[in-house]
Design a protein around this ligand. Structure first.
Ligand code: 5GP
Length: 197
């Protein structure tokens, strides 16, 4: 998506360790007009899917998922990061390894909010090694829900997550795919995506 690529090129900051900082419009300060454009584009790309719920993960996914949800007319459920496994057994849970924080944490979703009748779109801000999305997929499997696809704002195409998910037959629509970035020059290169606006 041209609008997002231009914004990343203008305001994104490339850090050592393959980290792209987008704090000024996506991860900390949030540009809700941009989020609205992302939501509209996902709604266009997934128009053929019977999506009735969006699943994301706290914290950075929530803002984009909520605005996207208004374009789909569906509720959002976010997976909560939890220190402990809930012993009551009324939650689905998965372990996720954080790319940015290099630690493993549990995420949980109440069984009240996802079930076998649900057709889910997963939305998240970044796709790197795919751990976050694979954890959410595990939760959907536990719930017996149907995964319709995955909408990502920024995919780092040089990390394995995107390829792995597509190899599993999952439809992944990343609105910007970064194929390379250089911390010394700050240069970011994007993969052309002809079907996107
Ligand atoms: P994955 O689980 O795919 O390895 O990483 C996805 C998660 O890590 C995202 O939810 C995002 O919060 C974080 N993340 C991964 N790479 C980056 C990055 O380069 N920049 C930022 N800001 N977050 C990232």
């Amino acid at each position: 998506m041209k609008l997002l690529e231009e914004r990343i090129a203008r305001d994104g900051v490339v850090k050592e360790g393959n980290v792209l900082k987008v704090d000024s419009f996506l991860n900390h300060q949030m540009d809700t007009d941009l989020f609205n454009a992302l939501g509209k584009e996902w709604a266009r790309l997934f128009a053929d899917c019977p999506i009735n719920k969006i699943l994301t993960i706290e914290a950075s996914g929530i803002g984009i998922a909520c605005i996207a949800a208004q374009h789909f007319g569906v509720p959002v459920v976010f997976a909560k990061k939890s220190q402990s496994i809930n012993l009551d057994g009324d939650v689905y849970s998965a372990k996720i390894e954080s790319f940015t924080h290099k630690k493993i944490y549990n995420v949980i979703v109440s069984q009240k909010f996802i079930g076998p009748d649900d057709h889910i779109l997963i939305i998240d801000d970044f796709l790197a090694n795919g751990c976050a999305v694979l954890g959410l997929i595990e939760i959907l499997k536990e719930a017996g829900a149907t995964l319709e696809g995955v909408g990502i704002a920024v995919e780092k195409g040089f990390q394995k997550g995107g390829q792995e998910l597509r190899d599993m037959g999952i439809r992944v629509e990343s609105l910007a795919i970064v194929d390379g970035m250089d911390a010394s020059t700050g240069k970011i290169t994007f993969r052309p995506q002809p079907s996107h606006t």
